[in-house]
Design a protein around this ligand. Structure first.
Ligand SMILES: Nc1ncnc2c1ncn2[C@@H]1O[C@H](COP(=O)(O)OP(=O)(O)OP(=O)(O)O)[C@@H](O)[C@H]1O
Ligand SMILES: [Mg+2]
Length: 298
């Protein structure tokens, strides 16, 4: 199905966190691929269902297959289930392995975009015009660019979009902008989005992801009580809705997405239907522990 690459320009604005959040809230089957050539941290940040995730099962185990000729059907076999049910593919141990992967990115990108029944959210980290994994943008159906409402993040993001515009404008169906900003930074976020996107008509404003320190610990091995009620989840649901709508309008995704009612994200009904820990119907208030939010918007 679709390949959605989540990138940043500079300064750790929250690309990895946003990739995980969007995949968790995605209305259909999703896989998060840790495709940051500088080294992945998804396997370090998330737990597996029965202990730590295996760092060797993921991109590292997929590489030999990619050298021999990869078919998209092989991809799920190299993914793992994180605690909470999200499918994830751990990435490279560090930048030292990036050289070995460099010639294989085209093969990998092709496969990620055609995994049967699953949309792939690839955390591609920081990308520039000479990145070894630039093809992960070229072959993507959507590129989601994450930034913060600071002057330096806006300037770097804007410059990077301009440097990459031939690729983004010509080859990608949707270039979505996501600003990670605190609740009391609405004015700064608005100005930042304007600064990044003005005049770039090929970009789409996907909105703001809440800067939510309390909730984000669920992606750092911490405990979150009723994560579906957090500002992080509610803001993420809005971004997911706009992204899904944009891809459906571009003809990338078929069908109409289930409307996400942000205001009802914390309703009892929504909570009861959340498949936490692979147990549909399990109530969120009994899901204390190292849980990962999983489609809490439904
Ligand atoms: N929505 C958010 N609310 C609160 N904190 C956040 C949010 N998003 C990211 N952070 C925090 O910001 C830091 C960087 O986040 P993250 O690792 O997702 O960024 P990144 O862009 O992937 O960075 P890098 O380029 O180093 O991989 C982390 O401490 C993370 O917890
Ligand atoms: Mg990252």
């Amino acid at each position: 199905m679709a390949l959605l690459s989540v990138m940043s320009a500079k300064g750790a604005p929250g690309a990895t966190t946003t990739a995980l959040l969007l995949a968790n809230l995605w209305p259909t089957s999703s896989l998060v691929v840790d495709a940051d050539p500088l080294g992945g941290d998804i396997a370090l940040r998330l737990a597996g269902e029965h202990g730590p995730l295996n760092p060797n099962q993921g991109l590292m185990s997929l590489l030999p297959a990619a050298r021999r000729g990869l078919v998209p059907e092989m991809v799920p076999g190299h993914a793992q289930t994180a605690l909470g049910g999200q499918q994830v593919m751990p990435g490279l141990p560090g930048p030292e392995q990036a050289v070995a992967v460099a010639p294989l990115w085209p093969e990998l990108a092709n496969a990620f975009g055609k995994v049967p029944g699953t949309d792939v959210f690839a955390d591609v980290g920081q990308v520039h015009a000479r990145s070894s994994h630039l093809v992960m943008l070229e072959r993507a159906d959507a590129v989601i660019c994450v930034f913060r409402p600071t002057a330096w993040s806006v300037v770097h993001t804007r410059r990077r979009l301009e440097a990459l515009q031939d690729i983004l404008r010509e080859r990608t169906s949707l270039v979505g902008m996501v600003c990670v900003a605190a609740h009391d930074q609405a004015a700064e976020a608005k100005a930042a989005i304007e600064g990044v996107t003005s005049g770039l008509r090929w970009t789409t404003d996907l909105g703001v992801i809440a800067h939510d320190r309390k909730a984000v610990v669920m992606y750092e091995g911490g405990v979150v009580y009723r994560p579906e009620r957090s500002l992080l989840a509610r803001s993420g649901s809005g971004v997911v809705q706009r992204l899904h709508d944009g891809l459906a309008a571009a003809g990338v995704l078929s069908g109409v997405p289930t409307p996400v009612d942000e205001a009802s994200a914390g309703d009892e009904a929504a909570v009861d239907e959340s498949p936490f820990d692979g147990e549909p119907g399990k109530r969120a208030d009994r899901t204390r522990g190292r849980r990962v939010l999983r489609r809490a918007s439904r």
